[in-house]
Design a protein around this ligand. Sequence first.
Ligand code: GRF
Length: 227
Amino acid sequence: MSSTIRQGRVPVAVLISGRGSNMMALVEAARAADYPAEIVTVISNRPDAAGLEWARAQGIATAVVDHAAFANRAEFDAALHKALLAHGAELVACAGFMRIMTEDFVSQWEGRMINIHPSLLPSFKGLHPHARALEAGVRIAGCTVHYVISEVDAGPIIAQGAVSVLPQDTAQSLAARIVKVEHRIYPLALKLVAGGDAPLIDGRVALKINGDTHTTFTNLAWFHTTD
Ligand code: GRF
């Protein structure tokens, strides 16, 4: 485990595959004195992920577990699991991590691995959610932070954020508007999870707000913005 971890903070690994703007938002949020998580490592399945360089420049340990070097998903996941343990991670935040995980791997991190997806789940799971939202003609789009289960983009929802869909939107402009909201709700969701305030109990997210525990199927946070 990293010797620089501040006392009482949960060590978190962030998994990325590309630019890493959500990872950056988590790292920035974790600088706050009262944030309950510490980003101890950033791990990518792609050696060329742009986010790696940024993380290194912040003094964060990075690792590459290159999926292309493994014969199958199970072997890749085993190597990833080993890397997570080697860095002392207790929680995993997937942030634009473009790999489907095996059931074994997911069950090893059950209740301790979260993901962000740029749609209002359960709509538009999987690839190209922005283009599919436009195609469907929805008037509100957004993003979701959820616990990871073996079915892709289907785990219990922790937080959601919404934006208006504008008449002139393209997939790119919609994605640019949504990602700003991602950068708000992901740090909030990680804070709740790391602080023990949004545990996964019996397949549902039990929110602890003002000391009370509520079981909810729906959103934690809702930001509606036309920025
Ligand atoms: C984000 O929109 C995330 O929700 C999705 O992929 C994108 C990754 O962006 N899964 P970044 O790498 O965090 O900038």
